[in-house]
Design a protein around this ligand. Structure first.
Ligand SMILES: Cc1ncc(COP(=O)(O)O)c(C=O)c1O
Length: 395
C-alpha cells in the first residue's frame, strides 16, 4: 500500500544531485558533479589516533547519552575558537553543536517557518538546503547574484514585496556560484535585517578554504540585534562523515533550536564532538587546512585553464576559494540536455537549473574541482569542451 504522504512532501522529489549520482555511479565516469572533499584531504590516520585517545580518556562519558547542548569540552573549545576567529559576542549568543550544518538549517526552519512563510535565497543557491526549506513548506524567492554576491537593490525590492521571515545566504565561496559577498553588502544585509525584521541564516561551510585574496568578516560579526544566525561546519576541513557542525545565534533562537533538536537526534554523537574538540585544543586544524588549500588551489587553476577551451562566449566565475566553479554557456546550449551525452562519454557535472528557485537557465552548470586529480580534471574537461563545442557549431 502507498500511504497518503504528508503535504510537506508535495512537489519534493529528492535531490537532483542524488539522482545524478545514480546515473554516474559506474566505474570509469569522471565526476565533477559531487561536492565531496578530496580523499587525500581526509585525515583518517590522525582521526584514528585521536579516537583511541579520547575513548581512553573519557570513554564512559562519550559512550553514554549526552546533553543536547553539546559535549561539554567541545562546547568550551568551540566557543573559544569562535570568539578568537570571528570575534562573536557570546554574551548574547549561544553556540549549539549540530549534526552537520545541514541540521542547523533544518532546526532553524523548524523553529521559525510556518507553511507559506517566505524565505529569500540567492539565485542560484545550495540545493540541499532548498529542499530543507521546502519541507517546512516555505515559499522560496530567489534574488539574482553578480560577482559580488546577492544584488542589494533587487534584495531590498524583494524584501519590500514579500516581507520574508528569513534570508538564507552563503556569503563566502558560494555553492554553486563560487562567488563571495563584498564587505559593503555584508554590512548592508545586517542593516536590512534590522530595518525590516527578518532572520539571516548565514551558511559558511567554505570560509576556511581561501586560496587567495583577503578574508572578509562574517555577516554575523556585524550583528548587534540578534537577527543573524551563523551556521558552521567541520565537514570541508576535517570530515563530512563525522557530521559535526554548529550554529551560533541569539539565546532564545538557539534555545528553541535545542528543543527542536531533542526530537531530531537528542544530541550530536559525543565521539565525533570529542574528536573535533582535540583538533581545536591541540591546534591541529591550521596544518590540515593549509594542505587542503594547496591541493585545491592547483586543481581549481587546472579547471580554470581548461575552461578557456569551452565554446566561444562561455562565462564562468573565478573563485578565490571553495570547491566549485559556475559556468554560463552561450545561449542556445542546453547543459541539462547535454548531461546525457556527457555521461555516455563518461564525464558528469550538475546542470545549473537545479540550483535556481524557479528552474530555467538551462545554459548553466556547476563544476566541482576538489574530488578529482589533476590529470583527471584535464581529461574530463577536454571531453566536456568537445561535447559543448560539437553542439555549438564547432566553435
Ligand atoms: C552551502 C552548503 N551548506 C551546507 C552544506 C552541508 O554541510 P554539512 O556537511 O555540515 O551538513 C553544504 C555541503 O555541501 C553546502 O555546500
Amino acid at each position: 500500500m502507498i500511504p497518503n504522504f504528508a503535504d510537506r512532501f508535495d512537489g519534493i522529489s529528492g535531490s537532483a544531485i542524488r539522482e545524478i549520482f545514480k546515473l554516474i555511479a559506474r566505474p570509469g565516469v569522471i565526476s565533477f558533479a559531487g561536492g565531496n572533499p578530496s580523499p587525500k584531504a581526509l585525515p583518517d590516520d590522525l582521526v584514528g589516533e585521536i579516537a583511541a585517545k579520547v575513548i581512553k580518556e573519557d570513554g564512559k562519558r562519550i559512550l553514554q547519552y549526552g546533553a543536547t547542548e553539546g559535549y561539554p569540552p567541545f562546547l568550551e573549545s568551540l566557543s573559544n575558537y569562535l570568539k578568537n576567529k570571528h570575534a562573536f559576542d557570546l554574551s548574547n549568543n549561544l553556540v549549539l553543536p549540530t549534526t552537520g550544518s545541514t541540521q542547523g538549517m533544518d532546526l532553524l526552519c523548524k523553529a521559525l517557518i510556518n507553511p507559506g512563510d517566505v524565505i529569500i535565497t540567492e539565485n542560484p543557491t545550495f540545493l540541499g538546503n532548498m529542499q530543507a526549506m521546502r519541507l517546512y513548506q516555505a515559499k522560496l524567492v530567489g534574488v539574482d547574484c553578480d560577482n559580488d554576491g546577492i544584488i542589494i537593490d533587487e534584495l531590498e525590492a524583494a524584501i519590500k514585496k514579500y516581507k520574508p521571515k528569513m534570508l538564507y545566504i552563503i556569503p563566502t565561496f558560494q555553492n554553486p556560484g563560487g562567488t563571495t559577498l563584498s564587505l559593503e553588502r555584508r554590512k548592508k544585509i545586517v542593516a536590512l535585517a534590522e530595518e525590516y525584521g527578518f532572520i539571516v541564516a548565514e551558511d559558511d561551510p567554505y570560509g576556511d578554504l581561501r586560496f587567495s585574496g583577503e578574508s572578509l568578516p562574517t555577516i554575523k560579526s556585524f550583528d548587534k540585534t540578534g537577527n543573524v544566525v551563523y551556521l558552521g561546519s567541520f565537514s570541508k576541513i576535517i570530515s563530512p562523515g563525522m557530521r559535526v557542525g554548529y550554529m551560533v545565534g541569539e539565546n532564545t533562537i538557539i534555545r528553541k533550536c535545542t528543543i527542536g533538536k531533542q526530537s531530531s537526534d537528542l544530541h550530536t554523537a559525543n565521539l565525533t564532538q570529542a574528536i573535533v574538540d582535540k583538533f581545536l585544543r591541540e591546534n591541529l586544524l591550521d596544518d590540515l587546512i593549509e594542505k587542503i588549500k594547496e591541493d585545491y588551489s592547483i586543481k581549481m587553476q587546472t579547471m580554470l585553464d581548461a575552461l578557456k577551451d569551452f565554446p566561444e562566449g562561455t562565462k564562468y566565475t573565478k573563485p578565490e576559494g571553495g570547491m566549485f566553479i559556475f559556468v554560463k554557456l552561450p545561449q542556445g546550449l542546453n547543459a541539462t540536455e547535454l548531461l546525457n551525452t556527457a555521461v555516455s562519454n563518461n564525464v558528469a557535472y550538475v546542470p545549473g537549473t537545479h540550483f535556481y528557485t524557479d528552474g530555467g537557465r538551462e545554459n548553466t552548470l556547476r563544476l566541482n574541482f576538489t574530488n578529482s586529480d589533476i590529470d583527471t580534471i584535464k581529461t574530463g574537461m577536454a571531453k566536456i569542451a568537445e561535447i559543448f563545442k560539437d553542439n555549438n557549431g564547432g566553435k
